[in-house]
Write a protein that binds this ligand. Structure first.
Ligand code: EPU
Length: 424
């Protein structure tokens, strides 16, 4: 059990490379189940969720090695020996369910408990399950576990009730080895879905339209091994960009896809923050005063829900009343209570938070309730007067590789200590 201790009010300055994306790396690791050949993935972030996926693939019979220092994972699913997702791993993260589509396509069965993950609202897997059933699978749900069997999968025209991100990925992976053509309508257009499709195409899959709401997959008999580089993490990039803006610093992010930052860039400019875009470079300069804005999260290319909490911290420093609508998850504003302990003035009604600013923040003892809540608290700590102690840091480590070290590199005063030390 570790805590983060932040001493605030220091501007961040410098240049920093963006890491590989958690939400792109997790599905591509699962995609390795679709071939007997070895797959090599570069730029894989060294975070807790990736370690969980590595364990899961190992339990399914894959040979796998994660070179954490080089950020390289080599995985070979020559013989898939199991089709059961262990409950302990399923409960740790939603992405555990991403092995379902590949297992179904490769060996015709999967038994997976309903996945866990951040407690940010209802997180059903109906889209995935309905998609598998339309491709010809038989699904039985018993005691919170889905048993899915399909001796053969046959391509279909599938309309998604909701453009679920992992749901689209699961169906797309299953359809790669199905007979005939699958059309996914109302598909998720998130960049990570596009990146997964790029990876699958390199493995021999025939996919068109990924990155839009209509994806067409012509099934093939088999896929082969590849070497693939994981897409840059737009959420890590966004978190660092907001940190720069918040501390009135000057930070340049490198090795990222600038176009994927558009929804955030647009809002940063509206608040008065300066953003300069280059090829794979993104410079953010914080300015005061900041203007209050209204923002709503939506699936891509809308403003990302995964940056909603972080951006709200920035809005506590804007002059006037800002309004934040959370439209993706139905319970993702709980973190506001932790930020309020630091002096923020936020009123929540349903799915909307109203932020009055600017309010000086002061250090406090706060708790990371989930991954992005943890990131938001770190950001709040960076501008708070005095010491902020953040507990339950394991949530942050699920999705950010050594966030504390990286912020220190930019000039922040942030340290990780064992929980007992923080009490002393
Ligand atoms: N939904 C349904 N039916 C379904 C599936 C989802 O109604 O069958 C609803 C959910 O209730 C939720 C919304 O759709 O309100 C979004 O769910 P979706 O399935 O699209 O998201 P996800 O696949 O669970 C991924 C990321 C999330 C990210 C969202 C949106 C991974 C592993 N997770 O979640 O990442 O917020 O897409 O972009 O890719 C995070 O990194 O902190 C995180 C939560």
């Amino acid at each position: 059990m570790e805590k983060l201790i932040v001493h605030g009010q220091r501007p961040l300055n410098g240049e920093i490379r963006v890491n590989g994306a958690k939400n792109a790396a997790l599905p591509i690791l699962a995609a390795a189940l679709l071939t007997r050949d070895e797959c090599v993935f570069e730029n894989v972030p060294d975070i807790e969720d990736i370690r969980t996926m590595v364990l899961l693939l190992e339990r399914l019979g894959c040979k796998i090695h994660f070179d954490r220092a080089r950020h390289v994972v080599k995985v070979q699913a020559h013989d898939v020996t199991g089709c059961e997702v262990p409950r302990d791993l399923a409960s740790k993260m939603r992405a555990s369910f991403l092995v379902s589509g590949p297992l179904l396509a490769r060996i015709g069965c999967v038994r997976a408990p309903h996945p866990g993950g951040c407690a940010i609202g209802r997180r059903p897997v109906n889209v995935d399950i309905k998609g598998f059933a339309m491709l010809g699978a038989n699904v039985v749900q018993d005691d919170g576990t889905y048993s899915v069997e399909a001796p053969r999968l046959v391509g279909q025209r599938i309309y998604l009730d909701y453009p679920s991100h992992t749901g689209t990925e699961n169906i797309m992976m299953a359809a790669c080895l199905a007979e005939g053509t699958t059309i996914i309508k109302n598909a998720s257009a998130e960049p990570e879905v596009w990146a997964l499709a790029e990876c699958l195409v390199a493995m021999g899959a025939r996919i068109r339209g990924a990155g839009t709401s209509l994806i067409v997959i012509d099934g093939v008999r088999e896929l082969h091994g590849i070497s693939h580089r994981v897409l840059a993490d737009r959420i890590e990039a966004g978190t660092l960009a907001i940190a720069a803006a918040l501390t009135a610093g000057d930070v340049t992010l490198t090795d990222l896809n600038v176009a994927h930052m558009d929804p955030l860039t647009h809002k940063l400019l509206e608040t008065g923050v300066l953003v300069d875009e280059g090829t794979n470079q993104y410079r953010v300069r914080g300015r005061r005063p900041l203007r209050a804005v209204e923002v709503q999260t939506l699936h891509y290319p809308g403003f990302p829900t995964d940056l909603q909490a972080e951006f709200t911290v920035l809005l506590t420093q804007a002059v006037g009343t800002s309004i934040v609508h959370e439209r993706v998850f139905d319970n993702r504003l709980q973190y506001t209570e932790e930020i309020e302990k630091m002096g923020a003035r936020i009123r929540v009604a349903g799915q909307t938070a109203t932020v009055e600013g600017p309010t000086p923040l002061k250090g406090a003892d706060v708790r990371a309730l989930d991954l992005r809540c943890g990131a938001a608290l770190v950001l709040a700590g960076l501008i708070a007067d005095g010491q902020t102690v953040i507990s339950d840091v394991h949530h942050v480590d699920r999705g950010y590789e050594r966030l504390d070290e990286r912020l220190r590199q930019l000039g922040a005063s942030i340290n990780r200590v064992a929980a007992q030390e923080a009490v002393a």
